[in-house]
Ligand binder design. Structure first.
Ligand code: 3PG
Length: 306
């Protein structure tokens, strides 16, 4: 019998798990779950007889893929698939997919939530500032970027975007100002929200030159990946620009330095929380389960990324 494993170090909401289980069992497949595992060995043991795998930010390395000789498909229930070794998947005839768009609203709500939190001095009672009228630059206008734009417009922000892969007309149709260079957009906006994937081109691409272009009150919001930031440059920015603030859904490696020296100018979620809502878990988890059933039963490979 086809066996589907949900392997999530950071579990889905229970409602999501029960819906995934239902879809898998209705298809006549066997459902298994490994949640909150603390050791890679647990994952390696759990995958040994599975045909399909649903993961979140869990690392599907070459070792994990090779430990699963029956594996045919891995679905990353979420957007970013930088946690899957795509070359190893392809070499082992394993299809890798993501579930684009399914958790995007949750991430976008966190972006604006962190911005309000910081603009109000982390609710410490001191007089803060408002988002209305401020300029927000969305760096990469994909699914999350679009939701961020819609919510930010509700706040009365002037919303801008830079994304060389999206046609100007599509961005303009949302009432968003198009920029054709990251440099120009950073120079214009007090707020920048990052939505770029982590890949060889983007890693460490958010550097001092770019950040230092931002006007007074520069606030960088990162719900993308920590790898896209050049952390030495981030520390330089904190040191040289006393107005600079950094809000991140991912604790940077240089967290201790920032915590020690720049009180009140940062916020880091203790655990990656952008997609951590019941709705996002259900949307992404259910989509992943359907994609597995569709692939195994009908060979449907929509959303294949390798
Ligand atoms: C994504 O790429 O979809 C987000 O980063 C969410 O990751 P998570 O499922 O580990 O919370």
């Amino acid at each position: 019998m086809t066996k589907v494993l949900v392997a999530t170090e950071k579990p889905f909401a229970p409602e999501a798990v029960s819906q995934i289980k239902q879809i898998i069992e209705d298809a006549g497949f066997e459902f298994a779950a490994l949640e909150k595992y603390t050791d890679k060995a647990e994952l390696l043991a759990a995958v040994k007889d599975v045909d399909a795998l649903i993961i979140r930010s869990d690392k599907a390395t070459k070792e994990v893929i090779e430990a699963a000789p029956n594996l045919k498909i891995i679905v990353r229930a979420g957007a970013g698939y930088d946690n899957i070794d795509l070359a190893a998947a392809t070499a082992n005839n394993v299809v890798a997919m993501n579930t684009p768009g399914q958790n995007s609203n949750a991430v976008a709500e966190l972006v604006l939530g962190m911005m309000v939190f910081q603009a109000r001095n982390q609710f410490n009672g001191k007089s803060g500032t408002e988002l209305r009228g401020k300029k927000l630059g969305i760096h990469a206008y994909g699914n999350v970027g679009r939701y961020v734009a819609a919510i930010a417009k509700g706040f009365g922000m002037e919303v801008c975007a830079f994304d060389p892969f999206v046609k100007d007309e599509l961005i303009e149709a949302d009432g968003v100002k198009v920029f054709h260079s990251a440099e120009d957009m950073y120079s214009y906006c007090q707020y920048i929200s990052l939505h770029i994937p982590a890949n060889e081109k983007t890693k460490k691409s958010i550097n001092f030159d770019l950040l230092n272009r931002m006007p007074f009150g520069a606030t960088l919001v990162n719900t993308a990946r920590k790898e896209v930031i050049d952390e030495n440059n981030l520390l330089k920015m904190f040191a040289e620009r006393s107005d600079f603030m950094y809000l991140s859904d991912l604790e940077p490696d240089c967290k201790e330095d920032i915590v020690e020296n720049y009180e009140g100018r940062f916020f880091f979620t203790p655990k990656k929380s952008g997609a951590q809502t019941a709705e996002a878990n259900i949307n992404a988890g259910v989509a992943a389960a359907h994609q597995i059933v569709g692939f195994i039963k009908d060979g449907n490979s929509k959303y294949k990324v390798n």
